[in-house]
Design a protein around this ligand. Sequence first.
Ligand code: SF4
Ligand SMILES: [Zn+2]
Length: 145
Amino acid sequence: MTANWVDTAPCAGLSDFVHDGRTGPRGNDVLFASMYRPELRVCGTCPFRKKCIELVKPQQSKFDGVCGGRLWSNGRLIATTPSACETELEEPELRAICGTDTGWLQHIRHSEIPCSACRSAKRVFERIRRTRENDAKRTRRLVAA
Ligand code: SF4
Ligand SMILES: [Zn+2]
């Protein structure tokens, strides 16, 4: 589900905010910044820059393109729209996907009851870990015999 503000943001309906390799080279920061000047200008009037950064988490997600009034290259800040300010930059922690053992761990770290997908993933992960441990013990016994 998309947040409502996304549909009313100045970039709604516009493309080319995400760098996908087809839009040109990366590696030259000055050239990269000049390519995205029009998109950065759009962000200049946006009241949702903080929300945009909270949603995309550009540093943690290693984002390429324009988000939150900034241009990012693999999560590195390249250029900023003049009206942007530091307080917009805070990113909430990027959460692991549910249904993984890392997702289970993050539920625990956040004092949450793990969801059923994460509980199943954790059970499978533990079963695999025990099997590997038993195999390793068996191999050590065979080598020692
Ligand atoms: S900050 Fe820029 S990319 Fe983000 S919603 Fe606003 S206009 Fe779109
Ligand atoms: Zn979960």
